[in-house]
Design a protein around this ligand. Sequence first.
Ligand SMILES: Cc1ncc(COP(=O)(O)O)c(C=O)c1O
Length: 393
Amino acid sequence: MVVRPANRIQRLPDQLFAHLVQAVEDKRQQGIDVINLGQGNPDQPTPAHIVESLKAAAENPRYHRYISFRGLVALKEAVARWYWERYAVTLDPQSEIAILIGSKIGIEELSLALINPGEGVLVPDPGYPDYLSGIYLAGGTLHSWPLLEENHFLPPLDHWPDNTRLAFVNFPNNPTGRMAPAAYFDQLIDRALSRHVLLAHDLAYGDITFDGRQAVSLLARPGGKEAGVEFTTLSKSYNMAGWRIGFAAGHPDVIRYLELLQDHLHCSQWGAIQEAAIAALTGPQESVQALCRTYQSRRDAFLAEARRAGWDIPPSEGSIFIWCPVPRTRPSLEWAHLFLSEAEVMVAPGSAFGMHGEGYVRVALTEPADRLVEAARRLARIIQREAAASHAG
Ligand SMILES: Cc1ncc(COP(=O)(O)O)c(C=O)c1O
């Protein structure tokens, strides 16, 4: 029997750099020590007090049974407290916060909960690819919101196609590493409200900011809660990517629709993980500051070595990425393959994040500084060689 997928599955594109990931695997099988800067997968362990909390909670028979579909009230209260302490935002835990099994699934559920076939969604280009997945599944129409260097990598505020119902933004940004000032958020909220477009701000890297910068919460700006929702995750701040826990907060109608959809799709995350998330949010935060310093020093090490070798890259303002310009003599996917085959360094091609990602590769700061320096040296050498060749040609 030939099995035919539903139309919605056929709309899902293949992972653009799946074959690059396979090439890394092949090299590793041959015993080659690839420096993997391709994926945004934090390399540090989860802080010990959070792991201890999980261990204790795993013994609690309460969490061996199904728990409430909508998660632990105590966790929602901890999120509300965290929002107050971190961003001076007040939230009602019951009506303005939803618990997510990682923010990735929540982001996809948002489109499923709100978007009808043919309705438009604005998505940063380049941007985190999973915004697209939910839109494709919902049958929505994708509108690219170009992030260009000449606009400081901010989505242009005069670009609102007619049928747009939802717009994603993400600061600190994956992949560009750029942040938006509070004044930008204020204009964005103003424009979105006047056009009845819901904003979804992805604050995945809100704790990872450099050179003394502070991330802006959409919900902290005037009108922000009225205009949309914000997604946060414990994956990056507490090195809990494998644990799968995050939150949506903001407009109560959106939270209600998200929770209704979740009631039908799954039970809440395992209670013991939710207990550990409470420990993360309410416990000591020194590990978060230390993590931020680690990423900043890795960024500095990579950039300094690249600059020394003649490759000038603007510094990221936040996130765990560096957005590196590469000569347009070849497509970014080809650059990524060349870097892997010649330098044994994996980076993500800019085109994996949208057509406006062309001309860049993304480096993840997920290896120790000495390996990042080695990677910068090897990549810069290849770029210099290409530049010299194209000059001579
Ligand atoms: C911008 C952005 N948003 C959301 C996520 C999803 O995070 P998680 O599903 O682990 O909460 C990621 C993960 O890499 C990301 O880069």
